[in-house]
Write a protein of this length. Sequence first.
Length: 309
Amino acid sequence: MNSVKHLIDWKFWRDEDIRHVLELARTVKHNRKDYQNHMQGHTLVMLFQKTSTRTRVSFEAGMTELGGHAINLDWRASNFALSKVRFETRYLSRNAAMIMARLKDNADIVEMEDAASVPVINGCCNLYHPCQALADALTIAEDRGGNPDGARLTYIGVYNNVVNSLVSISSTLGIHLTLVCPVRDLDTVDEESRQRLQDAGLLNETLEVADAVSQADYVYTDTWLDMEYFNDPSYQTEKDRRSELMLPYQINSTLMAGSRAKIMHDMPIHPGYEIAEDMVESSQSIIYAQAENRLDAQKAIMLHLLLGL
Ligand code: CP
């Protein structure tokens, strides 16, 4: 491990630094012009091994708005596809100020972290999605007048990479997290983070979905199948199995009847699966605000990692 600071998941950060970056994200969001030259002369390399809309757009727009530049690299069109992560990362560190990478395997982002002499930001791997979790926390903080502490968040879906990072950040921020996760991949669950949240008295796990919704300020869902498998014919059987098992847990008007909870989803949305289409743009939905907050959350992450703000 080198001395450069990276973001692989919030579990590796000190509580005070997480709180600081969340506050910085709020400051940046409400004072955008004050930060428009901070990244001048700096280049971010964005490496994608998987598809993306929000991560790609918000990191590039973020660098543009901060006065810097972003280069997009598709894994398959780069020589990461031919060589070792370590060698290619050492080169990137010579020409770029920061690297943001969306890689399939957490082991590869850890190899990148170890090899890089510039900050590495995890843009979502099989285990973690920290940028999403900060945007989620920012969305809840803003909805509650600035502080997410004490918010009651119910996540309904598969226990996945998004959940691991939500669990990590909730421990620090005092968010009461209820998990309704009928499907969990034991290779994915970060047991250490889960135990920490449980020890803090902030974790409730249940399959009583109606009860979980009735007690929630926020109801959050995500895809039932990872993005790289969703349209893959070889995963059709697993997709069908999960769809049948998970359908009673879909966020729809029946489930939300009587609840005033705000609806969250990290996007992309699969209407008719984890969420009914009419819920996406219902009056309770804060989904687009949540997606918009990726921009300022990631600006804060970059400003902190590169400039020490
Ligand atoms: N939520 C999220 O990471 O969106 P993309 O996969 O489109 O980047």
